[in-house]
Ligand binder design. Structure first.
Ligand code: SAH
Length: 398
């Protein structure tokens, strides 16, 4: 006997976004749920007229009440299905040449890889997973087995943390899922620079992999430059710049742990004599540098996310404008500002407008030399523009 999947019936007219293959079903779109699905269970999403729309994972406590696994009625969501999706994501990174031994990249980027709620980062021989939705959570062991078979890592860690998990009614988890625990720090290499990464204690899954390519791009402006790396974390932009011939770099971050790691990275890469490490609030420190009449040839601003929801856009925009005004004032005439936003709610057009306002209000003139975005291991599925979150501008500042 086959047991029918539970069914989620939508209200009339509420199937439009699913027909365009957008993978989220919001609670307000649902007419009724039949078959008493458990948390994370696969449901069939059905249009009010009775057409099949998708197989999706049920998240009873989230506003995003279901996340689509597939729009194809004939696909069965089981361990083999997960293995195939994982294989597709991993193969894509292999084709991008991102699998060098000792390197790091994002292997699975959630909705963008057709696996809503799952993030997998590879750091050399270790994988770090985040299960951020009820659906990803219930398929955890199938996912871990699939990753093991496809990548044969030395160990797989879980770091399922943060607000997204909370909204799904899940508690934070940080633990070893399979294989060997990694050492307290492992080394990865990016564009010729070696970094120590603390997979268990570091921010995110240990590092900001989304900025790997942009660090190299910014480094192209660094020969002979005095560099200011504001919101440095473990100094990715500073070290890429020093590797490209910068004369010095000042790193500012509020995290003492991040700066300690950065100091050791500097020594290991032979940069120690050219670095200064400042543990401070960037807003305060940039004001102090201005007062001290310090200037730099290259200023990098890579702040944390200021805007977490649409209602925070006005306040977050002011934050971006303030920090950019402070940064601009420290750029020597003819120098470069590389400025970023990782707030998905602030799109590239708005970010450019905010930066343009900061240029005018700080009495400078600037030209956009390059626009930066997220790298190919953080792809954006065309039907899911929400994944497009990282933007940056490289400006010549007069
Ligand atoms: N540029 C980094 C990533 C930066 S993430 C890289 O390439 O790896 C943002 C960083 O800003 C985090 O390291 C966090 O500790 C730091 N941070 C957040 N708010 C801050 C503040 N007000 N002042 C200083 N640092 C801050």
């Amino acid at each position: 006997m086959t047991v029918a999947n539970p069914k989620m019936w939508l209200k009339p007219g509420r199937e439009k976004s699913l027909r365009r293959q957008h993978p989220w079903v919001f609670s307000g779109a649902i007419d009724r749920v039949e078959g008493a699905p458990t948390t994370g269970a696969t449901v069939e999403v059905i249009a009010s007229g009775g057409d099949f729309l998708a197989h999706a994972a049920y998240s009873p406590t989230s506003q995003i009440r279901a996340r689509v696994w597939t729009f194809r009625p004939d696909e069965r969501i089981d361990a083999a299905w997960f293995r195939a999706r994982l294989a597709r994501a991993i193969e894509s990174r292999r084709k991008l040449g991102m699998f060098d031994a000792g390197s790091a990249c994002r292997l699975v980027f959630s909705e963008s890889d057709g696996l809503p709620g799952l993030v997998v980062d590879r750091y050399a021989d270790y994988l770090v997973c985040q299960f951020l939705s009820a659906g990803a959570e219930v398929w955890r062991s199938a996912i871990v087995e699939g990753l093991q078979a496809l990548c044969t890592p030395r160990g797989i860690l879980e770091r399922s943390e943060g607000g997204a998990r909370h909204k799904e009614g899940l508690k934070s988890e940080r633990r070893l899922l399979l294989g060997e625990a990694p050492p307290a720090e492992i080394e990865i290499e990016t564009h010729g620079v070696r970094y120590l990464v603390d997979l268990e204690g570091g921010q995110k899954t240990g590092a900001y992999l989304d900025q790997q390519r942009n660090r190299k791009r910014v480094g192209a402006y660094a020969p002979d430059a005095e560099v200011l790396d504001a919101f440095a974390y473990t100094g990715g932009f500073a070290f890429a710049s020093l590797h490209s011939g910068a004369s010095s770099a000042m790193l500012i971050d509020s995290s003492a742990e991040a700066l300690q790691l950065a100091e050791r990275d500097a020594a290991r890469n032979g940069f120690a004599g050219r670095c200064a490490f400042v543990e401070a609030n960037v807003f305060d420190e940039l004001r102090a540098l201005k007062q001290a009449r310090r200037q730099f040839d290259l200023v990098v601003l890579d702040p944390p996310k200021f805007v977490h929801s649409a209602d925070q856009i006005p306040q977050g925009s002011r934050g971006y404008k303030d920090i950019n005004m402070l940064g601009l004032q420290l750029v020597r005439p003819g120098g470069v500002l590389a400025t970023f936003s990782c707030s998905g709610h602030v799109d590239a057009a708005l970010f450019q407008k905010i930066v343009a306002g900061a240029v005018v209000d700080s009495g400078r003139a600037a030209q956009i030399l390059e626009r930066l975005s997220q790298p190919a291991d953080h792809p954006v599925a065309t039907e899911f523009p929400e994944a497009d979150y990282l933007k940056g501008l490289i400006l010549r500042v007069h």
